[in-house]
Design a protein around this ligand. Structure first.
Ligand code: ATP
Ligand code: AH0
Length: 380
Protein backbone atom coordinates (compact mmCIF):
# COMPACT_ATOMS: atom_id res chain seq x y z
CA UNK A 1 0.00 0.00 0.00
CA UNK A 2 1.38 3.41 -1.01
CA UNK A 3 1.98 5.92 1.74
CA UNK A 4 1.45 9.60 0.94
CA UNK A 5 4.54 11.77 1.00
CA UNK A 6 4.88 15.51 0.48
CA UNK A 7 6.42 14.90 -2.95
CA UNK A 8 3.96 12.26 -4.21
CA UNK A 9 0.39 12.88 -3.16
CA UNK A 10 -2.24 10.18 -3.25
CA UNK A 11 -5.41 11.03 -5.16
CA UNK A 12 -8.92 9.92 -4.21
CA UNK A 13 -12.35 10.73 -5.56
CA UNK A 14 -15.35 11.02 -3.25
CA UNK A 15 -18.86 10.56 -4.65
CA UNK A 16 -21.72 11.84 -2.56
CA UNK A 17 -25.37 11.94 -3.38
CA UNK A 18 -27.03 13.18 -0.23
CA UNK A 19 -30.51 13.08 1.18
CA UNK A 20 -31.53 16.18 -0.86
CA UNK A 21 -31.22 14.04 -4.03
CA UNK A 22 -30.08 17.14 -5.92
CA UNK A 23 -27.18 15.54 -7.74
CA UNK A 24 -23.94 13.60 -7.43
CA UNK A 25 -21.07 15.60 -6.03
CA UNK A 26 -17.62 14.43 -7.11
CA UNK A 27 -14.54 15.73 -5.30
CA UNK A 28 -10.93 14.92 -6.17
CA UNK A 29 -8.67 15.21 -3.15
CA UNK A 30 -4.93 14.88 -2.61
CA UNK A 31 -3.36 13.53 0.55
CA UNK A 32 0.24 14.57 1.05
CA UNK A 33 2.22 13.48 4.07
CA UNK A 34 0.50 14.43 7.32
CA UNK A 35 -1.16 17.55 5.91
CA UNK A 36 -4.95 17.87 6.00
CA UNK A 37 -6.57 16.57 2.79
CA UNK A 38 -6.48 19.09 -0.02
CA UNK A 39 -9.34 19.72 -2.49
CA UNK A 40 -8.01 19.51 -6.06
CA UNK A 41 -11.08 19.59 -8.32
CA UNK A 42 -14.84 19.22 -8.21
CA UNK A 43 -17.74 18.35 -10.47
CA UNK A 44 -21.46 18.46 -9.71
CA UNK A 45 -23.36 15.98 -11.84
CA UNK A 46 -27.00 17.10 -11.88
CA UNK A 47 -29.51 14.37 -11.04
CA UNK A 48 -31.71 13.84 -14.13
CA UNK A 49 -35.37 14.55 -13.26
CA UNK A 50 -36.41 10.96 -13.97
CA UNK A 51 -33.74 9.57 -11.61
CA UNK A 52 -34.53 12.19 -8.95
CA UNK A 53 -38.21 11.19 -8.94
CA UNK A 54 -37.42 7.47 -9.07
CA UNK A 55 -35.07 7.70 -6.05
CA UNK A 56 -37.54 9.88 -4.17
CA UNK A 57 -40.31 7.35 -4.81
CA UNK A 58 -38.05 4.51 -3.59
CA UNK A 59 -37.35 6.43 -0.36
CA UNK A 60 -41.07 6.42 0.43
CA UNK A 61 -42.20 3.24 -1.28
CA UNK A 62 -44.18 0.67 0.69
CA UNK A 63 -43.46 -1.94 -1.96
CA UNK A 64 -40.63 -2.04 -4.49
CA UNK A 65 -39.91 -4.65 -7.15
CA UNK A 66 -36.38 -5.98 -7.65
CA UNK A 67 -36.58 -4.76 -11.26
CA UNK A 68 -37.30 -1.20 -10.06
CA UNK A 69 -34.39 -1.41 -7.63
CA UNK A 70 -32.07 -2.71 -10.34
CA UNK A 71 -33.16 0.05 -12.75
CA UNK A 72 -32.56 2.76 -10.15
CA UNK A 73 -29.20 1.31 -9.12
CA UNK A 74 -28.06 1.04 -12.71
CA UNK A 75 -29.08 4.61 -13.63
CA UNK A 76 -27.50 5.92 -10.43
CA UNK A 77 -24.22 4.12 -11.13
CA UNK A 78 -24.15 5.42 -14.72
CA UNK A 79 -24.50 8.95 -13.34
CA UNK A 80 -21.68 8.30 -10.88
CA UNK A 81 -19.40 7.07 -13.68
CA UNK A 82 -20.35 10.12 -15.73
CA UNK A 83 -19.45 12.33 -12.76
CA UNK A 84 -15.99 10.71 -12.52
CA UNK A 85 -15.46 11.06 -16.25
CA UNK A 86 -16.42 14.76 -16.24
CA UNK A 87 -14.38 15.45 -13.11
CA UNK A 88 -11.20 14.07 -14.64
CA UNK A 89 -11.70 15.16 -18.28
CA UNK A 90 -10.25 18.69 -17.92
CA UNK A 91 -7.38 17.56 -15.64
CA UNK A 92 -3.97 16.10 -16.29
CA UNK A 93 -4.72 13.37 -13.74
CA UNK A 94 -5.79 10.06 -15.26
CA UNK A 95 -8.02 7.29 -13.89
CA UNK A 96 -4.86 5.23 -13.33
CA UNK A 97 -3.56 7.79 -10.82
CA UNK A 98 -6.65 7.51 -8.61
CA UNK A 99 -5.94 5.33 -5.57
CA UNK A 100 -9.66 4.76 -5.04
CA UNK A 101 -13.13 6.18 -5.42
CA UNK A 102 -15.10 6.42 -2.17
CA UNK A 103 -18.75 5.89 -3.05
CA UNK A 104 -21.35 6.78 -0.44
CA UNK A 105 -24.26 5.41 -2.50
CA UNK A 106 -27.79 6.72 -2.21
CA UNK A 107 -29.41 6.49 1.20
CA UNK A 108 -32.85 4.97 0.70
CA UNK A 109 -33.70 4.28 4.32
CA UNK A 110 -31.87 4.72 7.61
CA UNK A 111 -33.16 2.96 10.72
CA UNK A 112 -30.25 2.74 13.19
CA UNK A 113 -32.62 1.65 15.94
CA UNK A 114 -34.48 -0.83 13.73
CA UNK A 115 -38.10 -0.63 12.72
CA UNK A 116 -40.95 -1.99 14.87
CA UNK A 117 -38.53 -4.02 17.00
CA UNK A 118 -36.61 -5.39 14.00
CA UNK A 119 -32.83 -5.24 13.54
CA UNK A 120 -31.01 -1.97 12.97
CA UNK A 121 -30.34 -1.18 9.32
CA UNK A 122 -29.15 1.55 7.01
CA UNK A 123 -29.64 1.13 3.28
CA UNK A 124 -27.41 2.87 0.75
CA UNK A 125 -28.22 1.83 -2.80
CA UNK A 126 -24.93 1.37 -4.66
CA UNK A 127 -23.24 -0.85 -7.22
CA UNK A 128 -19.51 -0.57 -6.53
CA UNK A 129 -18.75 -3.57 -8.77
CA UNK A 130 -20.31 -1.84 -11.77
CA UNK A 131 -18.64 1.46 -10.86
CA UNK A 132 -15.23 -0.27 -10.74
CA UNK A 133 -15.97 -1.82 -14.12
CA UNK A 134 -17.14 1.45 -15.69
CA UNK A 135 -14.29 3.59 -14.36
CA UNK A 136 -11.42 1.09 -14.08
CA UNK A 137 -10.76 2.52 -10.60
CA UNK A 138 -10.74 0.73 -7.27
CA UNK A 139 -13.94 1.57 -5.42
CA UNK A 140 -14.51 1.63 -1.67
CA UNK A 141 -18.17 1.46 -0.65
CA UNK A 142 -20.60 0.43 2.13
CA UNK A 143 -19.10 2.80 4.69
CA UNK A 144 -21.93 2.87 7.19
CA UNK A 145 -22.80 -0.72 8.00
CA UNK A 146 -19.65 -1.68 9.92
CA UNK A 147 -20.30 1.12 12.39
CA UNK A 148 -23.90 -0.08 12.67
CA UNK A 149 -22.70 -3.66 13.23
CA UNK A 150 -20.56 -2.34 16.09
CA UNK A 151 -23.66 -0.87 17.73
CA UNK A 152 -23.30 2.64 16.28
CA UNK A 153 -25.76 4.91 14.51
CA UNK A 154 -23.74 4.68 11.25
CA UNK A 155 -24.17 8.46 10.98
CA UNK A 156 -23.04 11.13 10.96
CA UNK A 157 -19.65 10.03 9.61
CA UNK A 158 -18.46 13.46 8.46
CA UNK A 159 -17.30 14.56 11.97
CA UNK A 160 -14.14 12.42 11.63
CA UNK A 161 -13.34 14.23 8.41
CA UNK A 162 -14.13 17.60 10.01
CA UNK A 163 -11.55 16.68 12.64
CA UNK A 164 -9.00 15.80 9.93
CA UNK A 165 -9.67 19.13 8.18
CA UNK A 166 -10.19 21.61 11.00
CA UNK A 167 -9.04 19.81 14.15
CA UNK A 168 -5.59 21.38 14.36
CA UNK A 169 -6.77 24.90 15.09
CA UNK A 170 -5.91 26.37 18.49
CA UNK A 171 -9.50 27.54 19.01
CA UNK A 172 -12.59 25.33 19.11
CA UNK A 173 -14.42 24.62 15.85
CA UNK A 174 -18.13 24.05 15.41
CA UNK A 175 -19.10 22.71 11.99
CA UNK A 176 -22.69 22.82 10.78
CA UNK A 177 -23.76 20.88 7.70
CA UNK A 178 -27.10 21.98 6.23
CA UNK A 179 -27.90 19.18 3.79
CA UNK A 180 -31.17 17.32 3.38
CA UNK A 181 -30.74 16.88 7.13
CA UNK A 182 -28.50 18.94 9.37
CA UNK A 183 -25.66 17.76 11.54
CA UNK A 184 -23.23 19.41 13.94
CA UNK A 185 -19.63 18.63 14.84
CA UNK A 186 -17.92 20.05 17.91
CA UNK A 187 -14.11 20.04 17.94
CA UNK A 188 -12.84 21.28 21.27
CA UNK A 189 -9.73 23.45 21.51
CA UNK A 190 -8.37 20.66 23.75
CA UNK A 191 -7.36 17.96 21.23
CA UNK A 192 -7.79 15.25 23.88
CA UNK A 193 -11.50 16.03 24.31
CA UNK A 194 -13.72 13.64 22.36
CA UNK A 195 -15.36 14.95 19.22
CA UNK A 196 -19.12 15.42 19.57
CA UNK A 197 -21.36 15.16 16.54
CA UNK A 198 -25.02 14.40 15.85
CA UNK A 199 -27.91 15.09 13.49
CA UNK A 200 -30.04 18.03 14.62
CA UNK A 201 -33.04 17.22 12.39
CA UNK A 202 -34.50 18.06 8.99
CA UNK A 203 -33.10 20.85 6.80
CA UNK A 204 -33.49 20.96 3.00
CA UNK A 205 -35.37 17.67 2.65
CA UNK A 206 -38.64 19.15 3.97
CA UNK A 207 -38.01 22.65 2.56
CA UNK A 208 -37.46 21.16 -0.92
CA UNK A 209 -40.46 18.84 -0.65
CA UNK A 210 -42.91 21.61 0.35
CA UNK A 211 -41.48 23.99 -2.25
CA UNK A 212 -41.77 21.40 -5.05
CA UNK A 213 -45.38 20.70 -4.11
CA UNK A 214 -46.51 24.34 -4.07
CA UNK A 215 -44.12 26.19 -6.35
CA UNK A 216 -42.70 23.49 -8.63
CA UNK A 217 -38.94 23.30 -9.13
CA UNK A 218 -36.29 21.70 -6.95
CA UNK A 219 -35.65 24.31 -4.21
CA UNK A 220 -36.55 27.74 -2.82
CA UNK A 221 -33.74 29.92 -4.22
CA UNK A 222 -32.12 31.88 -1.34
CA UNK A 223 -35.20 31.08 0.77
CA UNK A 224 -37.08 33.96 -0.85
CA UNK A 225 -40.44 32.16 -0.82
CA UNK A 226 -39.97 31.28 2.87
CA UNK A 227 -39.08 34.94 3.53
CA UNK A 228 -42.42 35.99 2.00
CA UNK A 229 -44.29 33.95 4.64
CA UNK A 230 -44.87 34.40 8.36
CA UNK A 231 -43.66 31.91 10.95
CA UNK A 232 -46.60 30.01 12.44
CA UNK A 233 -45.58 29.58 16.07
CA UNK A 234 -48.36 27.13 16.92
CA UNK A 235 -47.27 24.90 14.02
CA UNK A 236 -43.63 25.24 15.06
CA UNK A 237 -44.45 24.02 18.58
CA UNK A 238 -46.31 21.02 17.14
CA UNK A 239 -43.37 20.16 14.87
CA UNK A 240 -40.87 20.52 17.70
CA UNK A 241 -42.92 18.13 19.86
CA UNK A 242 -41.42 15.25 17.83
CA UNK A 243 -39.46 13.18 20.43
CA UNK A 244 -36.36 13.08 18.17
CA UNK A 245 -35.64 16.71 19.09
CA UNK A 246 -35.32 15.75 22.78
CA UNK A 247 -33.26 12.62 22.18
CA UNK A 248 -29.69 12.87 23.51
CA UNK A 249 -26.80 11.97 21.17
CA UNK A 250 -25.79 9.65 19.63
CA UNK A 251 -28.60 10.32 17.21
CA UNK A 252 -29.16 10.40 13.45
CA UNK A 253 -32.23 10.66 11.31
CA UNK A 254 -33.57 10.83 7.77
CA UNK A 255 -36.56 10.70 5.45
CA UNK A 256 -38.08 7.67 7.17
CA UNK A 257 -39.06 9.95 10.09
CA UNK A 258 -39.18 13.46 8.62
CA UNK A 259 -41.22 13.19 5.41
CA UNK A 260 -44.12 15.06 3.85
CA UNK A 261 -46.71 12.86 5.58
CA UNK A 262 -45.06 13.72 8.92
CA UNK A 263 -45.45 17.41 8.11
CA UNK A 264 -49.05 16.99 6.93
CA UNK A 265 -49.93 15.24 10.18
CA UNK A 266 -49.14 18.49 12.02
CA UNK A 267 -50.96 20.86 9.66
CA UNK A 268 -54.41 22.20 10.49
CA UNK A 269 -55.16 22.73 6.79
CA UNK A 270 -55.69 26.45 7.32
CA UNK A 271 -52.04 27.52 6.90
CA UNK A 272 -50.89 29.55 3.89
CA UNK A 273 -48.29 27.53 1.97
CA UNK A 274 -45.59 30.22 2.30
CA UNK A 275 -46.15 30.35 6.07
CA UNK A 276 -45.45 26.62 6.24
CA UNK A 277 -42.21 27.18 4.30
CA UNK A 278 -41.18 29.94 6.73
CA UNK A 279 -42.02 27.63 9.64
CA UNK A 280 -39.96 24.77 8.19
CA UNK A 281 -36.95 27.08 7.90
CA UNK A 282 -37.60 28.09 11.51
CA UNK A 283 -37.74 24.43 12.54
CA UNK A 284 -34.26 23.91 11.10
CA UNK A 285 -32.87 27.09 12.70
CA UNK A 286 -34.39 26.36 16.13
CA UNK A 287 -33.36 22.68 16.17
CA UNK A 288 -29.78 23.63 15.24
CA UNK A 289 -29.71 26.33 17.94
CA UNK A 290 -31.09 23.84 20.49
CA UNK A 291 -28.43 21.34 19.43
CA UNK A 292 -25.72 23.95 20.05
CA UNK A 293 -27.22 24.88 23.43
CA UNK A 294 -27.10 21.19 24.33
CA UNK A 295 -23.31 21.29 23.80
CA UNK A 296 -22.95 23.80 26.67
CA UNK A 297 -19.91 25.45 25.07
CA UNK A 298 -17.79 27.47 27.52
CA UNK A 299 -14.84 27.78 25.21
CA UNK A 300 -14.83 31.37 23.98
CA UNK A 301 -17.14 33.09 21.52
CA UNK A 302 -19.20 30.87 19.25
CA UNK A 303 -17.81 30.50 15.73
CA UNK A 304 -19.58 28.27 13.22
CA UNK A 305 -18.23 26.88 9.99
CA UNK A 306 -21.37 26.45 7.89
CA UNK A 307 -21.42 23.97 5.02
CA UNK A 308 -23.92 22.16 2.79
CA UNK A 309 -26.41 23.60 0.31
CA UNK A 310 -28.46 25.25 3.08
CA UNK A 311 -25.55 27.64 3.69
CA UNK A 312 -26.70 29.35 0.45
CA UNK A 313 -30.23 29.84 1.80
CA UNK A 314 -30.07 33.50 2.87
CA UNK A 315 -33.32 33.39 4.79
CA UNK A 316 -32.36 30.26 6.71
CA UNK A 317 -28.98 31.76 7.60
CA UNK A 318 -30.71 34.94 8.85
CA UNK A 319 -32.96 32.86 11.11
CA UNK A 320 -29.95 30.94 12.42
CA UNK A 321 -28.16 34.21 13.20
CA UNK A 322 -31.29 35.39 15.03
CA UNK A 323 -31.33 32.27 17.23
CA UNK A 324 -27.56 32.37 17.86
CA UNK A 325 -26.94 36.00 18.81
CA UNK A 326 -23.24 36.85 19.00
CA UNK A 327 -22.18 33.85 16.89
CA UNK A 328 -19.79 34.37 13.99
CA UNK A 329 -20.53 32.43 10.79
CA UNK A 330 -17.57 31.51 8.62
CA UNK A 331 -17.18 29.63 5.37
CA UNK A 332 -15.00 26.51 5.13
CA UNK A 333 -13.66 28.12 1.94
CA UNK A 334 -11.21 29.92 4.23
CA UNK A 335 -9.68 26.46 4.76
CA UNK A 336 -9.69 25.72 1.03
CA UNK A 337 -12.97 23.80 1.17
CA UNK A 338 -15.98 25.62 -0.34
CA UNK A 339 -19.19 24.70 1.53
CA UNK A 340 -20.58 22.36 -1.12
CA UNK A 341 -17.64 19.95 -1.24
CA UNK A 342 -16.97 18.78 2.29
CA UNK A 343 -19.24 15.73 2.21
CA UNK A 344 -17.89 14.42 -1.10
CA UNK A 345 -14.40 15.11 0.26
CA UNK A 346 -15.28 13.10 3.37
CA UNK A 347 -15.97 9.96 1.34
CA UNK A 348 -12.72 10.39 -0.61
CA UNK A 349 -10.88 10.61 2.72
CA UNK A 350 -12.80 7.59 4.06
CA UNK A 351 -11.59 5.60 1.03
CA UNK A 352 -8.01 6.54 2.00
CA UNK A 353 -8.67 5.46 5.58
CA UNK A 354 -10.00 2.10 4.32
CA UNK A 355 -7.04 1.40 2.03
CA UNK A 356 -4.66 2.19 4.90
CA UNK A 357 -6.60 0.09 7.45
CA UNK A 358 -7.35 3.18 9.52
CA UNK A 359 -10.61 3.77 11.38
CA UNK A 360 -13.27 5.92 9.70
CA UNK A 361 -15.76 6.29 12.51
CA UNK A 362 -15.67 8.17 15.80
CA UNK A 363 -17.27 6.10 18.57
CA UNK A 364 -17.83 9.30 20.58
CA UNK A 365 -20.13 10.43 17.75
CA UNK A 366 -21.87 7.29 16.50
CA UNK A 367 -21.90 5.33 19.77
CA UNK A 368 -20.13 2.33 18.18
CA UNK A 369 -18.30 -0.06 20.49
CA UNK A 370 -14.96 1.17 19.14
CA UNK A 371 -13.07 2.59 16.18
CA UNK A 372 -13.66 0.54 13.05
CA UNK A 373 -12.18 0.35 9.55
CA UNK A 374 -15.18 1.18 7.35
CA UNK A 375 -16.16 -0.06 3.90
CA UNK A 376 -15.37 -2.81 1.42
CA UNK A 377 -12.87 -2.70 -1.43
CA UNK A 378 -13.80 -3.47 -5.04
CA UNK A 379 -10.59 -3.71 -7.06
CA UNK A 380 -10.32 -1.67 -10.25
N1 ATP B 1 -29.12 29.22 -3.30
C1 ATP B 1 -29.80 28.36 -2.54
N2 ATP B 1 -30.90 28.77 -1.87
C2 ATP B 1 -31.61 27.92 -1.10
N3 ATP B 1 -31.29 26.62 -0.95
C3 ATP B 1 -30.22 26.15 -1.60
C4 ATP B 1 -29.41 26.98 -2.42
N4 ATP B 1 -28.41 26.22 -2.92
C5 ATP B 1 -28.58 24.96 -2.44
N5 ATP B 1 -29.68 24.91 -1.64
C6 ATP B 1 -30.24 23.75 -0.94
O1 ATP B 1 -29.23 22.81 -0.74
C7 ATP B 1 -29.68 21.50 -1.14
C8 ATP B 1 -28.50 20.67 -1.50
O2 ATP B 1 -27.68 20.61 -0.37
P1 ATP B 1 -26.58 19.51 -0.18
O3 ATP B 1 -25.95 19.23 -1.50
O4 ATP B 1 -25.74 19.90 0.96
O5 ATP B 1 -27.48 18.29 0.22
P2 ATP B 1 -27.10 16.78 0.38
O6 ATP B 1 -25.83 16.48 -0.34
O7 ATP B 1 -28.30 16.04 0.01
O8 ATP B 1 -26.81 16.72 1.91
P3 ATP B 1 -26.84 15.62 3.09
O9 ATP B 1 -26.21 14.39 2.58
O10 ATP B 1 -26.01 16.30 4.10
O11 ATP B 1 -28.24 15.45 3.45
C9 ATP B 1 -30.66 21.77 -2.27
O12 ATP B 1 -31.56 20.70 -2.42
C10 ATP B 1 -31.32 23.04 -1.75
O13 ATP B 1 -32.36 22.75 -0.87
C1 AH0 C 1 -27.92 7.93 6.67
C2 AH0 C 1 -27.48 9.14 5.95
O1 AH0 C 1 -27.26 9.11 4.75
N1 AH0 C 1 -27.34 10.25 6.68
C3 AH0 C 1 -26.85 11.50 6.13
C4 AH0 C 1 -27.96 12.55 6.15
O2 AH0 C 1 -27.50 13.78 5.57
C5 AH0 C 1 -26.98 14.60 6.62
C6 AH0 C 1 -27.12 13.75 7.84
O3 AH0 C 1 -28.25 12.93 7.47
C7 AH0 C 1 -25.91 12.82 8.08
O4 AH0 C 1 -26.21 12.00 9.19
C8 AH0 C 1 -25.63 11.86 6.91
O5 AH0 C 1 -24.69 12.31 5.98
C9 AH0 C 1 -23.40 12.78 6.27
C10 AH0 C 1 -22.56 12.71 5.05
C11 AH0 C 1 -22.66 12.07 7.41
O6 AH0 C 1 -22.73 10.86 7.56
O7 AH0 C 1 -21.94 12.77 8.11
Amino acid sequence: MKTPTASSPLYYIGLMSGTSLDGIDAALIAIEGDSPPHLVATHAEPMPDALHHLLLSLCHAKQVSFAQLAAAEHAFCQSQAQAVQRLLAPLSISHAQISAIGSHGQTIEHAPLGHNGGPAYTLQMDNPSLLAELTGCTVVADFRRRDLAAGGQAAPLAPAFHQALFGRASAHQLVLNLGGFANLTWLSSQPTDPVIGFDTGPANALLDGWFARHQGGRFDQDGSWAASGTIDNALLVRLLSEPFFQQPPPRSTGRELFHMAWLEKHLSGQEAAEDVQATLAELTAVSVAQGITHLKIHDGPLTLITAGGGAHNTYLMQRLAYHLPGATFTSPAAHGWPEDWIEAGAFAWLAHQRLHHLPGNLPSVTGAAGPRVLGGIYAG
